[in-house]
Ligand binder design. Structure first.
Ligand code: AMP
Ligand code: MN
Ligand code: MN
Ligand code: MN
Length: 282
């Protein structure tokens, strides 16, 4: 039986709703053999997840999802197989979390100008992990009846051109890849079909990502349509990228996404795990 890989998932350390140990238990239940914990801009959950994985008999790949600004767009770069002790990585992630703190105050000020008070304290109540995210604001806004669900609240308040959106500068593409590579990991463009880039911009992103040492593309993602998967499989071949597979799981309340329950990699792809024997016992 081939192993089942899910290489993109979140815990309460960032904007997921399960603890790292609960996430690992659920992955086991869903038949996942190899799970990557990839919290946004933080690695604080890896020790707990690693311990739980040993207990449950699954393999935990230490990961992270780094926020990047590229050509004005927010892009996410996953690091797989990282050493969380790496100082360059941790210094970089710390700056991103500091930006998040500043941005949270700014989001709250902007919402307050629209008559929504108490958003910072409200969001902080949900942000019990290492950082504060727009998802925590979304939960506060839904709880207080400003929108009917998380998707709706993003659309109305938290995306570009909406009252609670704050533009800003995350890491550069080069920085993110260099931190991941310094930590001994492999850098992967997360959900490349989600950015709504034109084909030529996406090709430019992939060329620059390749040039600065990127290793792979997340070909299969819960954010991808079947045609996105095929497009990304084609780009992987053209740019000589390895292919990754991840659900981007955030918790059981997102009922349309489940750990491990995404299509297999298209057969023509070279899996990112093809030479992992060195650090993943198979
Ligand atoms: P942040 O990194 O704090 O800007 O928040 C981004 C996170 O918000 C993503 O990782 C998703 O989990 C979530 N998110 C972004 N856009 C949406 C959306 N349209 N609907 C639901 N969740 C979203
Ligand atoms: Mn998220
Ligand atoms: Mn993402
Ligand atoms: Mn994610």
């Amino acid at each position: 039986m081939p192993l089942i890989y899910d290489l993109h998932a979140h815990s309460i350390v960032s904007d997921g709703s399960l603890t790292p140990a609960e996430l690992v238990a659920r992955a086991k239940l869903m038949g996942v053999d190899v799970l990557a914990l990839t919290d946004h801009d933080a690695t604080d959950g890896l020790a707990e997840a690693g311990q739980a994985a040993t207990e449950q008999g699954i393999i935990l790949v230490p990961g992270v999802e780094v926020s990047v600004t590229w050509n004005g767009a927010t892009i996410h770069i996953i690091g797989l197989g990282i050493d969380p002790q790496c100082a360059a990585l941790q210094e970089g992630l710390k700056k991103l979390r500091e930006f998040r703190k500043w941005r949270a105050g700014e989001i709250a000020r902007r919402l307050s100008a629209k008559g929504i008070d108490g958003a910072l304290e409200g969001a902080e109540k949900f942000a019990t992990g290492a950082l504060i995210s727009r998802t925590h604001f979304a939960r506060f806004l839904v709880e207080n009846g400003y929108a009917r669900d998380i998707r709706d609240v993003f659309k109305r308040y938290l995306v570009h051109n909406k009252p609670g959106y704050v533009p800003g500068q995350w890491a550069t593409l080069e920085e993110a890849v260099s931190w991941i590579n310094a930590a001994g990991g492999q850098a992967v463009v997360a959900h490349p079909g989600r950015y709504r880039l034109t084909a030529s911009k996406l090709r430019q992103l992939l060329a620059e990502f390749k040039a600065c040492g990127g290793a792979g593309l997340e070909v299969v993602s819960s954010a991808h349509s079947q045609s996105d998967c095929l497009t990304m499989a084609r780009y992987s071949a053209q740019f000589d990228f390895l292919a990754s597979r991840g659900s981007d799981y955030h918790g059981p309340e997102h009922i349309w996404v489940e750990l491990g329950k995404i299509p297999p990699l298209p057969v023509e792809c070279q899996p990112i795990w093809h030479n992992w024997q060195s650090h993943v016992p198979v």
